[in-house]
Ligand binder design. Structure first.
Ligand code: GUN
Ligand code: FE
Length: 449
């Protein structure tokens, strides 16, 4: 069966290229690929030779639209167990007080299954069609997360977390154990033969890995040509310690181990220096911007315009549970907030603050369509999966959201396409996302269905 959606369709083709089709169509093949999109359904249909009885048509209402699924470039699956809790400390205290004790509990597989089932359900409910997950040090329970994402039909990158130093003794491995378990994890995931779920090499952060372990992980990433994810320059205290240990910049610590690759995404990057940004650009390494977490853990305000202007690919991350929301729609809104606050700061638009630290009258605030790009195609690029997902180009997999802005309250007048997406971004939530599709398969159905 070929499915044809008819109504308002929108997506982004680049940071500054939003495209929409009012009274448009989007055709999805039996195997979940986008085979037609645009305004002119009749001419597409006449060129697409098929038996009309094999077409199934879905007509969207005036309050509905179809958009690409959200991409969460950085989320900690086990931390869903403390979702919304313990947000009263900066990073290093937060890790030691709440997070390491929590993650250590994932040696219990039944506990892991309970939490991982819930986090995948919650992210799908909020429209995340692709997530890059950190699990824990524990190999077996990390495999449970991978199987759960596969079972629920979410596209996911999954990492067994690696840490062999500067960690509590109840939650640490040796470099040898960590590297061995990582290789085993990659082999097991590749054995699953599920094209939606891929392994990612996951040193927790430079602080919790020795030089030797980082090097081993860099070697594995290169040898097996797999994805890499970690944290970088999130918090000033953390940056100071890393520089002291590695005698180089934060980015340099990863680069020396061969961990900055085209398939690497680094979370945060709040405090990166210009040379480090240039290095990320040179290596093709991306950044996951996590505005909620950066605020909650008092890390700072990441200037994504600076990263983007320097040519670094940026996506969005919820960073649950450092971030207090599992929704990328919420992350998108927070990214807009942080960008405005930075702009206020740069233009001294703050009462009583005196001189701006780095006055920049030309500083450009992020616009909502640019933030939409970061939440979709930018994220797919950051995770090196933009050949498959992130927008509605022909041949890509149908990873999409059917959004209805009238779920909570019908707008007082019909909205045009720009207004529909604005309404959703600025006032929407998971209830407005009535259906979610991954690779053409519906993974969230309307509540009454
Ligand atoms: N740096 C190292 N581990 C973590 C973590 O779990 N969350 C965040 N936000 N930063 C980290
Ligand atoms: Fe994180």
């Amino acid at each position: 069966m070929t499915t044809i959606f008819r109504g308002t369709i929108l997506h982004t083709k680049a940071f500054d290229e939003f495209e929409s089709f009012e009274n448009g169509f989007l055709a999805v093949s039996e195997d979940g690929k986008i085979i037609g999109v645009g305004n002119d359904y009749d001419s597409w249909l006449s060129s697409y030779k098929c038996n009309p009885s094999t077409l199934s048509e879905v007509r969207l209402s005036e309050d509905q639209f179809l958009m690409p699924g959200f991409v969460d470039c950085h989320i900690h699956a086990p931390q869903y167990a403390q979702y919304g809790l313990g947000l009263d400390m900066p990073l290093l205290d937060w890790l030691n007080t709440y997070t390491f004790p929590l993650e250590a509990k994932f040696s219990d597989q039944s506990y892991a299954l309970k939490v991982y089932k819930r986090v995948v359900e919650a992210t799908i409910r909020c429209g995340t069609t692709l997530a890059s997950y950190f699990a824990t040090n524990n190999l077996e329970s990390t495999l449970i997360l991978a199987r759960e994402a596969a079972r629920q039909g979410q596209r996911a990158l999954i990492g067994k977390v690696c840490s062999n130093c500067n960690s509590p003794d109840y939650y640490v491995e040796t470099a040898e154990e960590s590297a061995k378990a990582t290789e085993k994890f990659v082999a097991e995931l590749q054995g699953l033969k599920n094209p939606l779920v891929l392994p990612t090499i996951t040193p927790r952060f430079a602080l919790s890995c020795s030089k030797e372990l980082l090097q081993e992980l860099g070697d594995i990433a290169k040898r097996l040509d797999v994805h890499v994810q970690s944290h970088i320059s999130e918090n000033l205290a953390e940056v100071q310690v890393v520089k002291g240990i590695f005698k180089t910049s934060y980015a340099g610590a990863y680069d020396n181990a061969g961990l900055l690759t085209k398939k690497t995404v680094m979370a945060h990057g709040v405090h990166l220096e210009d040379e480090e940004i240039a290095l990320l650009k040179q290596r093709g390494t991306s950044v996951a911007h996590c505005p909620a977490s950066n605020t909650m853990l008092n890390s700072g305000m990441c200037d994504v315009q600076r990263l983007i202007n320097a040519g670094v690919t940026v996506g969005l991350g919820t960073d649950v549970s450092g971030g207090n929301s599992v929704s990328i729609q919420d992350a998108l809104l927070r990214a807009l907030d942080v960008s405005k606050h930075l702009d206020f700061f740069k233009k001294q638009n703050i009462r009583g603050t005196g001189e701006a630290k780095s006055p920049d009258p030309k500083y450009a605030q992020l616009k909502y369509k640019q933030a939409l790009y970061l939440a979709t195609l930018g994220g797919a690029k950051a995770l090196s999966l933009d050949h498959m997902t992130g927008n509605f180009l022909l041949g890509k997999e149908f990873d999409a959201l059917l959004v209805d802005v009238s779920v909570v309250e019908k707008p007082v007048r019909p909205l045009n396409v720009n207004e529909l997406i604005e309404k959703f971004i600025y006032t929407g939530n998971d209830r407005n996302i009535i259906e979610v599709f991954v690779a053409g398969k519906r993974v969230k159905a309307p509540e009454s269905a």
